[in-house]
Design a protein around this ligand. Structure first.
Ligand SMILES: [Fe+2]
Length: 645
């Protein structure tokens, strides 16, 4: 028997999401749809006609089977403010760029094909379906506009809540709560979820029926448990100092001026930096210098090349010997292609950053540019090298992103550690940390922020030099308190997310394609790999089945692989595009995943362009083209909103 009867006329069907059936005689309404295989079994409970599918939210695992429903002329309904992520899903894929990603909403967990809707429900809409009545409640949180369906049943009100809450007082993942980049820390998602609980519980539902996990028989108790966990998150890394999306240039300049005023310019005569800028210029003794980071943006992130040239002239600097990026983010490297291509300045970079710099289009990670940077010298983790009178030690320093370097040296008689963006500004034991899931930083001992804290404790620098914010005096006590603070992260997230390992609820790319986008043509063959991070202590199995359009073929069909404990596996594959394919098309390929025997649905996606020419929205920000990065980011937010109006 595939169905569990919950109460009279309400059934649960387990797919990669929970699909619920509300039945009246031989007709039914389904809440969410998963793969659609439920249709093969409905006759077991005497259902012969489905009147509607109600979607709680747009995520791909809720609606991937909808193409079958459309063929069978089953009507589909979804939240009004998410309707375009169903009806215009293909536009989403054509317009939402992979570059300069500063917001996570909408995520890319969107249907690869358009899904026509019969209805789009607004908050408090009612739907009469004799003998039952549904009330629609806006319960945003897990997604920006998800809804719950409240069914009036003889046993009391039953709420179909999508992914608002997972059983056990948990959420399915943390990254869906993080909406914006600028220090959000899950703030939006958590606040929305808390408001949604308040709204929902006013109706006194007797049971919550979630999309993942078990049914929730004591709603107020499980909500209380989750609230308590959110509280712990608040104390660790959720804070309210969010840079508003409406931040204008005047406010931005206030921030720049504030930092300038607080800075002691006499501390390091050999180091030059400016405002909220990311560049450190280190002066040598032979009319030379090196640069740490160079965004090439003259307005906010300082400097433009012209401004840099002016400063160097004033300091009688004749050569820039090399430039080192602390990490791959646009506001740290945007201007490096110009230095490299037009001024022949060599680029040094940490080993794990090389592929991202040289092949940025293979990735879909936060704040990326699309211009390749050739690395002239690869620096190894722990390596020491000298330049001018300085000795440097290089570290893998993955606090904000995995692809990040720390650099330790002595300047003007003081030891200083350049921490890039891996260490938060000002207060090292407060929630102002860089927990952007969008950067896929890791949780645990020996990784992520804990690794950074340990490196700092070992080096014990006099000062840390923080990108954007300047120099901060530190000592063992301060650094130890930072370590104590960040070492809580793993257990807090582990307690909160319904995943075997907290990183699986923290890194939306734990199974992803690389390259994630391929440019080819009809008749061409795309080579890519599925990259699988096994965060577990045990060997794991993964079954991969590509969802290919008609006549597309691949050497990986429905194959099983094993991944060693605590390791990353790359599964190479070649996908052949048929000659007859649209010569101007873009196709999204997904892969159904079984992880250790558990079906998690069409989780990773791959973009194949076979003749499609993306519009300007796909262009990454590049300096010197008349738009500063801050304005570019604001425009990006505004563009995202089009899918929710
Ligand atoms: Fe979801």
């Amino acid at each position: 028997m595939e169905f569990t009867q919950l109460v009279e006329n309400v059934f649960l069907f387990k797919d990669y999401v929970n699909v619920y059936v509300v039945k009246d005689a031989d007709r039914a309404i389904l809440i969410d749809f998963g793969s659609g295989k439920i249709l093969n079994y409905l006759s077991e409970i005497g259902v012969h006609e489905v009147d509607y599918i109600f979607h709680t939210h747009y995520h791909r695992d809720q609606c991937f089977g909808d193409s079958i429903a459309v063929q069978k002329k089953i009507k589909i309904a979804a939240p009004h403010s998410e309707r375009k992520l169903f009806t215009k899903a293909e536009d989403f894929w054509k317009t939402k760029s992979y570059y300069d990603i500063y917001s996570l909403k909408p995520t890319y967990f969107v249907s690869p094909f358009n899904i026509p809707l019969e209805r789009a429900f607004k908050n408090e809409d009612e739907f009469e379906w004799s003998p039952y009545k549904f009330k629609i409640i806006d319960t945003r949180g897990h997604t920006a506009r998800s809804v719950s369906y409240l069914l009036e049943h003889e046993t009391g009100k039953i709420a179909f809540t999508g992914d608002l809450i997972h059983s056990g007082g948990k959420v399915i993942n943390y990254y869906d709560l993080e909406y914006s980049y600028m220090g959000d820390g899950g703030n939006f998602g958590i606040n929305f979820t808390l408001n949604s609980f308040e709204k929902l519980l006013k109706f006194n539902p007797v049971v919550l029926l979630p999309s993942h996990g078990d049914i929730i028989k004591d709603p107020s108790k499980e909500v209380e448990i989750l609230k308590e966990k959110f509280n712990r998150v608040s104390k660790a890394f959720r804070h309210d100092k969010i840079v508003p999306t409406s931040m204008d240039h005047e406010n931005a300049m206030d921030l720049v001026n504030q930092i300038e005023e607080n800075e002691d310019k006499t501390l390091f005569p050999h180091l030059i930096r400016k405002g909220f800028g990311t560049t450190f210029i280190l002066l040598g003794n032979n009319n030379n210098c090196i640069l740490l980071d160079f965004p090439g943006d003259g307005y906010f992130f300082a400097y433009s090349y012209e401004q840099l040239a002016k400063i160097l002239k004033e300091k009688e600097v004749e050569t820039i010997d090399f430039v080192i990026p602390t990490h791959y983010h646009d506001d740290h490297i945007g201007g490096i292609p110009l230095l490299q291509q037009e001024h022949k300045i060599p680029v040094y970079a940490l080993e794990n950053m090389v592929d991202v710099l040289e092949n940025p289009t293979h990735y879909r990670i936060g704040c990326l540019i699309d211009t390749p940077i050739k690395v002239d010298r690869v620096l190894r983790d722990g390596e020491k090298f000298t330049w001018d009178e300085y000795e440097f030690q290089v570290f893998h320093f993955p606090g904000q992103t995995e692809y990040h370097m720390g650099l330790f040296t002595t300047i003007d008689g003081k030891s200083v550690f350049f921490t890039g963006d891996s260490i938060p500004p000002f207060i090292l034991n407060a929630p102002e940390t860089n927990n952007n899931c969008i950067n896929f930083c890791q949780l645990g001992e020996d990784v992520g922020s804990v690794k950074c804290a340990d490196i700092l404790l070992d080096c014990n620098p006099d000062y840390i030099a923080i990108s954007h914010y300047g120099f901060f005096k530190v000592d063992k006590e301060i650094l130890q308190s930072y370590r104590d603070h960040v070492s809580q992260y793993e257990s807090i997230i582990a307690d909160l997310v319904a995943q075997e390992n907290p990183n699986m609820g923290f890194d939306p790319n734990w199974i992803s394609f690389k390259p994630v986008r391929i440019i080819s043509k009809p008749g061409g063959t795309c080579k890519t790999s599925l990259v699988v991070k096994n965060f577990l202590e045990k060997e794991s199995s993964i079954e991969v089945e590509l969802n290919l359009p008609d006549n597309w073929t691949s050497d990986v069909k429905k194959d099983m692989f094993t991944v060693k404990p605590k390791s990353v596996k790359e599964i190479p594959m070649a996908i052949k595009i048929p000659e007859t394919e649209n010569p101007k098309g873009r196709t999204i390929i997904t892969a159904n995943i079984q992880w250790n025997g558990k079906d998690i649905g069409p989780f990773p996606d791959l973009m194949v362009d076979h003749g499609f020419i993306p519009s300007d929205t796909w262009t990454a920000w590049t300096p010197y083209k008349g738009t500063d990065l801050l304005q570019w980011i604001i425009n990006y937010y505004v563009r995202d909103l089009q899918f929710f109006t």
